[in-house]
Design a protein around this ligand. Structure first.
Ligand code: GDP
Ligand code: MN
Length: 397
């Protein structure tokens, strides 16, 4: 789960990392009220779970209330690289002397943690890293090891934090590490970690986190009360909420073919097959959702899954793709029939079974005599039929 900057800042602040004073606002009026509390100049920052907001014009310094109102009106409705802005953060504007980049992340290839830092932070960090890879310092932390003070100091020294900043930088790195571990994060990134203050007054200078990007490991949500405090109410989808309550792995998409499968890989392939069929048939039909019923699914899970998909008005046909391993295709077949009875649906349902008790499952479906149920021997054929029926409404032409 990717946090918004205003949420990520909270987690940094909880570890004692300095951040500018700021308030989150969802309307231009709230933004102006926040700016008045903070004083001017302030920064108006669009909140979207994507970087490069500055380059997109969604991070701008404002000097008075009118400017804050104007900027908020412009930034609040923005979409940045496909990510909706869900509010603005109004933060104290700081005088930046220098911008550093620091991050801690999970390195999936080496199965450990990666601390990355460079003295060339800011909005151009990727470009600078490409041209001067030597300027980016990297430290691996073994999965079971800790990141201690001496490692943090070595890291801070190697980045080339200007002499006086090394202690502070090491302290911030350690606090970031604590933030990373305690929150089960997969990424904690500060860019810019800025040296701020009055250039002529040495005692005013300090390091401050002017931006924060944190991703949390969804598999650890149960250890953090489901991160309910970070719930995104602006993005809630009633179908996804119902699915979540039922414990289903469901993501709503925008197409017409409901898809149910077991195992994330099989469901992904099924989505591709449906999109491919829609393209090949020239209809542009696409998947309406991702739904993985997992291993060992019961008839009840199939019934819950179908109840969500069949109640979604955008769904015109359903493709059920099951590879029976632990999951028994016989139980899935029983679940399909009881769901159709309970829901009274006549939408075409295209089924492909393989593996454990596939023949028994197909027998049950075949002898039930339901005209809306169709079976296909392969995933490609089933996807093609589901895509066709989403257009024809069940006529197998
Ligand atoms: P991003 O583009 O999504 O990474 O958004 P950031 O929050 O990192 O902001 C982009 C850039 O805006 C930063 O690299 C800074 O150069 C600038 N910026 C952000 N906050 C301030 C501030 O308080 N004062 C000044 N002068 N510039 C800021
Ligand atoms: Mn940034």
């Amino acid at each position: 789960m990717d946090l918004y900057e205003y949420q990520a800042r909270e987690l940094l602040a909880e570890q004692g990392i300095a951040i500018p004073r700021g308030f989150y606002a969802t309307t231009p009026e709230e933004a102006v009220a926040a700016a008045v509390r903070i004083g001017f100049p302030c920064v108006v920052k669009g909140q979207a779970t994507i970087g490069h907001r500055g380059q997109a014009g969604a991070v701008v310094v404002a000097h008075d209330a009118d400017e804050v109102r104007e900027l908020s009106r412009r930034i609040l409705p923005m979409t940045i690289h496909g990510h909706h802005v869900n509010g603005v953060l109004i933060a104290e504007a700081k005088n930046i002397i220098h911008e550093y980049y620091v991050s801690i992340s999970v390195d999936r290839s080496s199965r450990d943690f990666d601390v990355l830092a460079t003295a060339n932070g800011g909005t151009e960090v990727e470009e600078v890293a490409r041209q001067h890879p030597e300027s980016v310092k990297r430290l691996h932390i073994e999965a079971l090891d800790d990141f201690d003070e001496s490692a943090a100091r070595d890291m801070a020294r190697s980045i080339g934090f200007y002499h006086a900043d090394v202690d502070q930088a090491a302290d911030i790195l350690l606090r970031m590490w604590r933030c990373f571990i305690e929150n089960d994060a997969t990424l904690v990134e500060i860019n810019p970690l800025a040296k701020i203050g009055d250039p002529d007054d040495e005692s005013s200078k300090m390091l401050c986190a002017l931006d924060a990007k944190i991703s949390l490991d969804g598999n650890a949500a149960f250890r953090h009360d489901g991160w309910s405090r970070f719930e995104d109410t602006s993005r809630h989808d009633p179908f996804e909420e119902r699915a979540k309550k039922l414990g289903l792995h469901y993501v709503r998409l925008r197409g017409q073919v409901g898809v149910i499968g077991n195992g994330a890989g099989l469901v992904m392939s099924s989505l591709d097959a449906v999109s491919g069929a829609g393209d090949a048939q020239g209809s542009g039909v696409a998947p309406a959702n991702f739904l993985d019923i997992g291993g060992g699914a019961s008839a009840k899970v199939m019934q819950d899954s179908l109840s969500i998909i069949l109640s979604d008005p955008q769904v015109a046909s359903v493709f059920i793709n099951i590879y029976g391993g632990i999951t028994s295709c016989r139980l899935v077949a029983e679940g399909i029939l009881s769901a159709i009875d309970a829901l009274g649906s006549h939408l075409p349902i295209i089924v492909r079974f393989d593996g454990n008790e596939a023949a028994e499952g197909l027998d049950i479906l075949g002898s039930a005599g339901r005209p809306s149920i169709h079976v296909c021997p392969t995933m490609e054929e089933a996807a093609a039929l589901a895509a066709r029926m989403a257009v024809s409404g069940g006529d197998n032409k």
